[in-house]
Design a protein around this ligand. Sequence first.
Ligand SMILES: Cc1cc2nc3c(=O)[nH]c(=O)nc-3n(C[C@H](O)[C@H](O)[C@H](O)COP(=O)(O)OP(=O)(O)OC[C@H]3O[C@@H](n4cnc5c(N)ncnc54)[C@H](O)[C@@H]3O)c2cc1C
Ligand code: SF4
Length: 350
Amino acid sequence: MSRPVLVLGGGPAGLSAAHALTAAGERVVLVDKADRLGGAPILSGYAKLVPSGEWARDAIGGMVRRVEDDTLIEIHRNARVSEFAGAPGAFLARLSDGTAIEAANAILCTGFTHFDSVNKPEWGFGTYPDVVTTTQVEQMLSSGSGIRCLSDGRAPERVAILLCVGSRDRQIGREWCSKICCTVSCNIAMEIREQLPQCNVYIYYMDIRTYGLYEDTYYWESQEKWKVKYIKARIAEVTSDGKRLIVKGEDTLVKRPITIPFDMVVHAIGMDPNVDNLGIAATFGVALEKHGHIKKAPSYTAMGGTTRPGVFTAGAATGPETIDDSIAQGQAAAAAALALARAPARRAAE
Ligand SMILES: Cc1cc2nc3c(=O)[nH]c(=O)nc-3n(C[C@H](O)[C@H](O)[C@H](O)COP(=O)(O)OP(=O)(O)OC[C@H]3O[C@@H](n4cnc5c(N)ncnc54)[C@H](O)[C@@H]3O)c2cc1C
Ligand code: SF4
């Protein structure tokens, strides 16, 4: 392949795709709109990742360093693609700073946007400072500041984690399950209990989706070893009595109203489609699926593909994904991009 592959987005999926391509001897141009590579785990300051237990700054930081040290990868930070034209093997992209890039093909790894909890106002975010998101708790853990109430800096004695905030909620147009927030929440609950053994942690849930092997190591361990309490409930509202936050709802197992006071309420926020997706779809000439994620070609026959030949995709750009799956999809998209680019040479040799 004489031209490089354009990889848009340097999160886990894009870092994985870029590395897979250079491992096969190809050149890559990696473009990210942020000033740092690493995607959500780095940009949002995640703490210890599930399921590896490694700090995000070490695990994803290692992926970033591998790409930054790779002489076959040209990196453009603080950059977007404003034009993209041509055909497989001979695309021409223009970046926001005017740079022109010739590319054999492109892989869209532009990820997701965190759900903004102000879109769920009845659950208190934006009204009460001690209603926070899982991302904020991750930042408390990764910065070493400790778990503290933002209102006055005290260590909370009672924490509620509300699952499915901005996911599985048809009223606000978010029908999807964000896949990883149950497991992340179990992990955060255990981290809080380890850091603050006197603190009681409750998880409010509709269903628990610690799928696969996570059931044992997160769901059961959080209850049996760390005494995290689970309440199957529908939340009505989060208010305050002036001293504490009050979570009101219905316990759906016993079908009774419940009102419980807490010091801190954590929203387990979901993964929205990237807010840039309409623009990305228009620039690259690819379709979006009905919720606004990048539409995938059929996995059975065209893994990593989009609706446009020569444009591939991977990771949370296509819907909620875990890091492990985003990395695997990055490699799959790289393989598909290589296969397409090398097909003429292969046919000529046959
Ligand atoms: C609170 C929370 C905790 C999580 N913890 C875990 C965990 O412990 N384990 C786990 O497996 N998963 C976890 N996840 C999920 C994890 O964040 C995703 O699986 C992962 O980030 C997806 O990687 P990605 O590369 O596809 O996308 P992203 O990480 O979103 O990266 C996308 C990249 O593309 C760039 N980009 C976006 N738009 C453009 C554009 N228009 N032009 C140029 N660049 C662009 C961004 O700047 C970013 O660098 C968590 C999610 C949340 C919400
Ligand atoms: S993973 Fe759990 S918290 Fe996240 S949307 Fe799915 S069911 Fe809700």
